[in-house]
Design a protein around this ligand. Sequence first.
Ligand SMILES: Nc1ncnc2c1ncn2[C@@H]1O[C@H](COP(=O)(O)OP(=O)(O)OP(=O)(O)O)[C@@H](O)[C@H]1O
Ligand SMILES: [Mg+2]
Length: 181
Amino acid sequence: MRPTLHLTVGLPGVGKTTLARELERGSGALRLTPDEWMVPLFGVRWVDFGGKRDVLEGRLIWVARHVLRVGGSVILDFGCWSSDERYALRVIAELADADFELHYVTLPEEERRERATARWREAPEETFEMTVADHERFLGSFTPPTAAEFEGSSIPPPPVPFGSWPAWASDRWPTLPRLDM
Ligand SMILES: Nc1ncnc2c1ncn2[C@@H]1O[C@H](COP(=O)(O)OP(=O)(O)OP(=O)(O)O)[C@@H](O)[C@H]1O
Ligand SMILES: [Mg+2]
């Protein structure tokens, strides 16, 4: 059976990690949740002006690719807010002869904010404080997956000047080596 690269997509607090844990239990796939690594490695969570999250994510993608290549499935619990990130990860899965599955999690906005606030109150070690302004900014930066992305039918070319999606990905995540060379 071909391995699968699963990708969780959605805004903070919608339930991505909860879903990723269910997938992990049900399939035995390796779950990589950056939030579980940020504090142990860097002492910071998300608010990250030094690009530490990108450093971490690049290496997690690199690990994911190794696991896919030896036949294991992986869940990248990244949230992935942009279509470009999702296209790049799909191409990386294809290069590793793996299937790719998007798991888009949504909630009514009010409920999502309530959950994010409740989690900050109850489990501050798992999250960070989000103000109303933060939530507005998140909403403005998030691009939901399109129907074409779900179908996986065609992948557009990468943004100029990149010649391939793996080249784009090594620029987006500098700790990720070029996977098409
Ligand atoms: N079905 C549910 N009903 C109520 N609360 C839930 C449900 N699923 C998850 N939660 C709670 O909502 C909060 C957010 O869930 P989770 O951590 O899975 O979201 P997330 O999308 O991974 O968030 P983040 O983007 O911040 O990592 C958690 O406190 C979780 O326990
Ligand atoms: Mg999460």
